[in-house]
Design a protein around this ligand. Structure first.
Ligand SMILES: Cc1cc2nc3c(=O)[nH]c(=O)nc-3n(C[C@H](O)[C@H](O)[C@H](O)COP(=O)(O)OP(=O)(O)OC[C@H]3O[C@@H](n4cnc5c(N)ncnc54)[C@H](O)[C@@H]3O)c2cc1C
Length: 465
């Protein structure tokens, strides 16, 4: 295990010179604040030794050079909405904030792209695109708070991924500061390219282990003028998820296919102080369809209603903004039920989603924690939120480990993986080591060592070294 040196006065002086004394903080309140992200369990918390907030890629590069010179680890941090402990400084050292780099540098509506700094909030990017009559299609449920650099680093998914793909599909290129402190642009504003390794895509989704993203050129799309949001309520959970592959196969090209089991319907409705239909017994499938013509929308609406009825929906309603608010509040709603909880982010082939949900909910019944399921169902991405409730620490750890052992082995056996969008972070490194093919893991470790020979950037994330 690599050992790091402490952040001493010499390091602090070098950092102050690099980014300005106002942007280097090591008072106890600041350090306490950055010991966690969205992680409520104190066992995962680690205080940094200093927090720096550079304003340019050149300043980020200077920080990386200092960190390499003094053997101090660096954890990049966007908005800290990670639910896998991604922004927690596992080995202390420097937390590097991206938030001051928050400008939209260019929006070119005729060539349909946008150049942004990595600290822009995702919602501001979405709004700027909309104001220009265009769409930025990345849309994690945390869009109001997370930053685009964090989305790129985690390859965030979200509500529109069924139709438009995940964050990596929305990008032409990224400006990156390497772990050793060089600045480079990876990727090109080209529709296609067969000129060397695809390094932009290697850094995107690397959870800040292979480089710090400081800016990006994002793709924009035409906005669809017609839209339908539909809520299909089911009293039988299996029937609800069985609808998903049918929707995809029918060629409706939905923008969103979201699933909430009744546990989440209740928790998120209570949190949102909103009572929706079938609060007591309903599981929800929310489907969005967008089209370029009214006729196409009418045709798809009819087909969609037919499919929902055939699949055994108890009720089919238009999903208004209240339904989406409840959907967005799922995580907060579940947190209100239990101070400590954990969110699994399993991904399976879309045609296996119903089997996976049925099987794992049945397995969960054998334990004393509470388990609720939410899914970006159209992507095969299941979030099992497991709530500690009144279990003591020992019972919680034992039961969670036992559940994960069964669940992960099962998911891998049907072709799934540990994370569909939240990433491995610091929380699932042991499982990543255990379940990843040894050759694949060795390739990942070689890449990490080649780019970050001193293991300075975001250590303790993704897999062990
Ligand atoms: C209520 C809620 C809803 C959510 N919904 C979704 C969802 O629908 N889909 C989804 O995918 N996720 C979701 N998430 C998880 C989280 O919002 C995403 O992972 C998001 O992309 C993180 O962005 P952030 O700016 O908060 O990054 P952080 O949490 O600060 O960082 C995340 C990781 O990226 C690294 N990082 C951050 N910025 C950079 C950078 N500029 N360069 C290199 N590395 C960097 C960090 O070191 C860390 O490893 C949700 C979280 C919450 C709390």
């Amino acid at each position: 295990m690599k050992k790091y040196d402490p952040v001493n006065e010499e390091v602090l002086a070098a950092l102050r010179k690099a980014v300005g004394p106002d942007y280097v903080k090591n008072d106890p309140e600041t350090l306490e604040r950055y010991k966690t992200d969205e992680e409520p369990d104190p066992r995962y918390h680690h205080r940094p030794e200093v927090v720096v907030a550079p304003a340019t890629a050149a300043e980020v590069a200077a920080v990386m050079k200092i960190a390499n010179r003094y053997n101090v680890p660096v954890t990049p941090r966007g908005a800290g909405t990670s639910v896998s402990c991604g922004a927690i400084p596992v080995y202390g050292g420097i937390v590097l904030l991206i938030e001051r780099m928050n400008k939209i540098l260019e929006l070119n509506s005729s060539a349909m792209y946008m150049r942004v700094e990595a600290g822009c909030r995702t919602i501001d990017i979405q709004k700027a695109a909309n104001e220009a009559g265009l769409l930025y299609a990345g849309d994690p449920c945390s869009a109001e708070s997370c930053l685009i650099g964090g989305n790129l680093a985690t390859n965030a998914g979200g509500n529109k991924a069924v139709r438009y793909g995940v964050t990596r599909n929305q990008v032409y290129s990224v400006e990156v500061v390497t772990p050793t402190g060089e600045i480079t642009e990876l990727g090109y504003r080209l529709k296609k390219c067969s000129t060397g390794y695809c390094l932009d895509q290697l850094v995107i989704g690397s959870e800040g282990t292979l480089g710090i993203i400081t800016a990006a050129t994002l793709k924009l799309l035409p906005l669809c003028p017609y839209r339908l949001d539909l809520l299909a309520v089911f009293t039988d959970v299996s029937k609800a998820v069985a609808l998903v592959p049918l929707l995809i196969k029918a060629g409706l090209n939905p923008t969103s296919v979201e699933f909430m089991d009744n546990g989440f319907v209740r928790a998120a409705s209570d949190y949102s102080e909103t009572r929706l239909p079938h609060y007591e017994d309903g599981s929800y499938v929310i489907v969005t369809v967008e089209t370029y013509s009214e006729e196409e929308l009418d045709m798809k609406t009819e087909k969609l209603s037919e499919l929902c009825e055939e699949a055994g929906a108890t009720d089919v309603l238009e999903a208004d903004e209240r339904v989406w608010r409840v959907r967005r509040n799922c995580l907060e709603g579940s947190k209100a039920l239990s101070k400590v909880s954990t969110s699994d982010d399993l991904v399976v082939p879309v045609d296996k989603i119903a089997d996976c949900l049925d099987h794992l909910m049945e397995v969960a019944k054998g334990f004393d924690f509470r388990c609720m399921c939410l899914a970006h169902a159209g992507d095969g991405n299941l979030h099992f939120n497991i709530l500690k409730m009144d279990l003591d620490d020992e019972q919680w750890e034992q039961q969670l480990a036992a559940f994960h052992k069964i669940a992960y082995a099962y998911v891998y056996s049907i072709g799934g993986r540990l994370s569909g969008e939240h990433g491995i972070g610091a929380k699932k490194t042991a499982y990543m080591d255990e379940y990843t093919d040894p050759v694949e893991l060795a390739i990942m470790r070689s890449i990490k060592r080649a780019l970050d020979p001193n293991l300075i950037l975001n250590p303790g994330k993704l897999f062990t070294m």
